[in-house]
Design a protein around this ligand. Structure first.
Ligand SMILES: Cc1cc2nc3c(=O)[nH]c(=O)nc-3n(C[C@H](O)[C@H](O)[C@H](O)COP(=O)(O)OP(=O)(O)OC[C@H]3O[C@@H](n4cnc5c(N)ncnc54)[C@H](O)[C@@H]3O)c2cc1C
Length: 399
């Protein structure tokens, strides 16, 4: 039985492991972190296309058990004017719309499935170095151990050492000019927002929220900011981030200031980075998947869904092609164009969020935004981006 070493136990890693195992591979997952982190990464949108992949794995319902079904997004201006409602999934089919979940819930649903399938998931297993030969590929880990397999799949996220090994000149991620700051809150009297996320293009920054049936608010803000590194981010106390956001959103409509006033406890702060084009996706026995090779700004809510799609397609190619070289080439040929389109689309949305420089620019943005949104939804892009089903690209896995 051929063996795959899977580096990274986030979204793409466990999904790739499950698909590959069903395609007849022995797999093992190596994750750098020491343990799950219930708060880390806050929450994310799993779009219809990602849910379709989870359905293939039999995990869609499990994910939905802790999700907020969100087939619609209401878009608001900073003056409280509704700019439009856009579908976040197939129009007219709310039950198939996107779902917002805590990131750790998505990770744990996938991990539970790998555990149930008997797949070894190693924590504290940070990849440091890769060596390949005609006979195989070896992953050397920070704890001094190593593992050898037939192929190595880099599902190691935006900072991917695997991408760098494939091509030492691979691009670094581009900073989008935005931070993502988010957390959880409860606001007295704030009604749940069933089936809906709210997006507010505020006068001085973008703000998104939803209210679950139990009253828990999931919120995030995207302040435009010069790049700061992780250590600088960590050096700023959570209350100072909240104060900055309270000032920035003070004039925004209800319930934005109220959510920020009610937000207590930890906040998550992330720089938003993108990888619009990575020239080499694979070399020899090593291939990259997910954020490692096409990280996208969260503005389109597609990063995790793309990672899930990649995992399914890669496994399909490894199952159907006679050797890994041809499988990797076919995987790239199926995936590159779509992934780069999504990254570019998300980038276009992010640009709208950075328009906060002057009152005039905000007025123009708010006037044009409904047209932009209508255009984006009227053409086939919404269907193409969000309602894509990877299994149609070849024989469904599991045949
Ligand atoms: C603030 C924010 C909000 C987001 N919102 C959304 C959203 O709403 N919808 C959406 O779809 N996407 C969203 N994303 C993007 C989404 O999180 C990613 O696209 C998705 O997690 C990609 O999955 P992945 O498996 O490729 O990478 P990851 O989930 O990042 O997993 C990579 C894993 O590799 C591990 N790793 C790294 N280096 C090593 C190493 N050397 N050895 C071993 N393991 C290693 C990491 O610890 C990690 O567990 C958001 C991202 C951010 C930052």
């Amino acid at each position: 039985m051929p063996t795959a070493l899977i580096i990274g136990g986030g979204v793409a890693g466990p999904a790739a492991a499950l698909f590959l195992q069903s395609a007849g591979w022995a797999v093992e997952i190596f994750e750098a972190r020491s343990a799950p982190d219930a708060f880390g990464g806050l929450f994310l949108n799993v779009a219809t296309n990602g849910l379709a992949v989870l359905e293939t794995l039999g995990l869609r319902d499990r994910l939905l058990a802790d999700g907020h079904l969100s087939p619609y997004m209401e878009i608001w201006s900073g003056r409280g004017r509704k700019l439009g409602t856009v579908p976040n999934g197939p129009a007219g089919e709310p039950a198939r719309g996107s779902v917002v979940v805590r990131r750790e819930w998505l990770n744990s649903v996938l991990r539970e499935a790998t555990d149930a399938a008997g797949i070894r998931f190693r924590w504290d297993a940070r990849l440091e170095r890769i060596e390949q030969s005609d006979a195989g590929v070896t992953a050397y880990l920070a704890d001094g151990t190593s593992a050898t397999g037939d192929i190595l799949i880099g599902c190691d996220g935006i900072g991917s050492p695997t991408r760098r090994w494939i091509d030492p000149a691979a691009p670094d991620p581009d900073y989008s000019g935005l931070l993502s700051i988010g957390g959880f809150a409860r606001v007295d009297g704030l009604a749940p927002t069933p089936l809906t996320q709210h997006m507010v293009f505020g006068a001085r920054g973008f703000f998104g929220y939803l209210v679950r049936d139990d009253g828990t608010v999931y919120w995030f803000a995207n302040p435009a900011r010069a790049e700061i590194d992780r250590d600088e981010i960590r050096a700023v106390p959570d209350e100072a981030w909240l104060d900055e956001l309270r000032t920035m959103h003070a004039d925004d409509p209800y319930p934005v200031p109220q959510i920020l006033d009610a937000a207590t406890g930890a906040v998550g702060v992330y720089g938003i980075y993108e990888l619009p084009h990575v020239p080499h996706w694979h070399r020899g026995r090593v291939v990259t998947v997910g954020d490692a090779v096409h990280a996208t700004s969260p503005s389109a809510g597609q990063g995790a869904s793309l990672a899930l799609e990649d995992a399914a397609v890669l496994a399909m190619c490894l199952r159907d092609e006679p050797d890994h070289e041809r499988a990797f080439a076919r995987y790239e040929s199926i995936r590159r164009r779509r992934a780069e389109e999504v990254v570019a689309y998300a980038r276009a949305i992010s640009r709208q969020k950075t328009v906060t420089s002057s009152k005039f620019a905000v007025i123009v943005r708010d006037a044009l935004l409904p047209l932009f949104l209508r255009g984006a939804m009227r053409d086939t892009r919404n269907n193409h981006l969000y309602n894509h089903v990877v299994a149609t690209e070849g024989r469904p896995l599991g045949d």
